[in-house]
Design a protein around this ligand. Structure first.
Ligand code: GLU
Length: 420
């Protein structure tokens, strides 16, 4: 049975690169009816950060990348935190020491390298060779009582019966060391697949100083998890029909490692914005309504949200833009005076709108346009002042729609306030 894993270290926040690796592991497991394991690599005690573990769980759960075994839910091969597996590592160290395949060196333990060439058939990159001498006698157990990454990862993968190791390309140089340990222990090695490193528009590796990499940033900026997942699917992988918008289920259905490309995919936030906008247009209005309601923590009433959605759904690229486009529909903003004729325009608009008996879209349209004609205003200037007076902004959804939804009393109130 296929068993894959991710092994993030709780050294900060949930990184979008972890989500990317998780996504490809998840898809591979689901496609093959296998299991996806979450294991925490927390033996570098000094680097562990409080709260990072929770951030990883929350970030992956938000994206719908759920795991079958892990520290929080347990499983047949528990424990899933390396810090709780120290006894196990020590036993294996003893075994290697006893058989002469490792030796003590100043309190640490080193693996005795046989210097034979090591190679594997990488599922993404084809065969990779490493000359044995390049590996050397490396440390597998540190004098502080903790195993090194290269050792612990192998022991865990053996005991957790991992069949495929799918991880970032930055680990390629670790792989020959890990293979040497499998060989020394007489264990069958798993398949390896090294995913390309995500790069920003300058082709540099994503970094937390330069790029948005913390999953919470995407969440708080109003990206939909489905859209972020879709975006990540397209990094280094392409849909066989060149489709750009598809869901996780379809990705799982079509996924195979052979379609993953080696070249570093570009993490282009413009593309993410586009995909997110597509999702906001595509998903049913009632769902968008709930997403907006929850995103703004109940600040805006659902009924009003749903009346405004049709006005903004085509322009919104993420949920924060709902507020920038339509926030004025919920609360008054400081009016903006755009043209020199502001006073005249607003007085005339007040006049036209206050005369409307039955508050309907058509009556609003006609009342305003007749006024523009009879006063000889420039249409564009008139509507710009009207818009800016009601919203405090030069850019809004169609202003007559907004006027209709705001209601007569509120509109007249705002117009008169903007003349003060
Ligand atoms: N902690 C490592 C990482 O997150 C694990 C690498 C591995 O999967 O072997 O990159």
């Amino acid at each position: 049975m296929v068993r894959v894993r991710i092994a993030p270290s709780p050294t900060g926040f949930a990184h979008v690169g972890t989500a990317y690796t998780a996504l490809f592991n998840y898809a591979f497991a689901k496609k093959n009816g296998g299991k996806f394991v979450l294991r925490l690599e927390d033996t570098d005690i000094k680097r562990n950060v409080e709260g990072a573990e929770k951030a990883i769980y929350e970030g992956l759960t938000w994206l719908g990348l759920t795991w079958d075994e892990g520290p929080d839910i347990g499983g047949k091969y528990a424990p899933y935190k390396q810090s709780e597996r120290l006894e196990t590592y020590k036993q294996y160290i003893e075994r290697l020491l006893d058989s002469g395949m490792a030796y003590r060196d100043e309190g640490a333990v080193r693996f005795k390298n046989t210097n034979s060439e090591i190679s594997w058939n990488d599922k993404v990159r084809g065969r990779i060779f490493f000359p044995g001498e390049e590996i050397g006698d490396f440390v597998i157990f540190k004098s502080d009582g903790f195993p090194t990454y290269n050792f612990a990862v192998v022991i865990d993968d053996i005991l957790m019966k991992i069949t495929h190791v799918i991880r970032g390309e930055e680990h390629i140089s670790n792989t020959p060391r890990q293979i040497a340990i499998y060989q020394a222990l007489g264990e069958k090695m798993p398949f390896f697949a090294h995913l390309p490193t995500l790069r920003n528009k300058d082709k540099k590796k994503l970094s937390k100083r330069r790029d948005p990499v913390d999953l919470r940033i995407f969440r708080s900026h109003g990206y939909l998890p489905q859209a972020l997942v879709n975006f990540l699917c397209l990094l280094g992988w392409s849909h066989p029909k060149e489709k750009e918008i598809f869901d996780l289920g379809e990705f799982v259905e079509l996924f195979n490692l052979e379609r993953v490309r080696k070249a570093g995919p570009i993490f282009d936030t413009e593309k993410l914005n586009w995909i997110n906008g597509e999702y906001l247009r595509k998903i049913p209005k009632s769902k968008v309504k709930n997403q907006i309601f929850e995103f703004y923590k109940g600040k805006y009433p659902k009924e009003l949200i749903s009346r405004i959605i049709p006005l903004v759904q085509n322009r919104m690229r993420n949920l924060t833009e709902f507020e920038s486009l339509a926030g004025f529909m919920f609360e008054r903003k400081k009016p903006l005076r755009v043209t020199d004729s502001f006073e005249w325009h607003i007085k005339a608009a007040f006049d036209a709108l206050s005369g409307i008996k039955k508050w309907e879209r058509q009556a609003i349209d006609e009342g305003l346009i007749n006024k523009v004609k009879s006063e000889g205003f420039k249409t564009g200037d008139f509507f710009m002042d009207l818009r800016a007076s009601l919203s405090g902004s030069r850019v809004t959804p169609p202003i007559n729609d907004c006027i209709y939804i705001l209601g007569k009393d509120e509109v007249l109130e705002r117009l008169s306030l903007s003349l003060k």
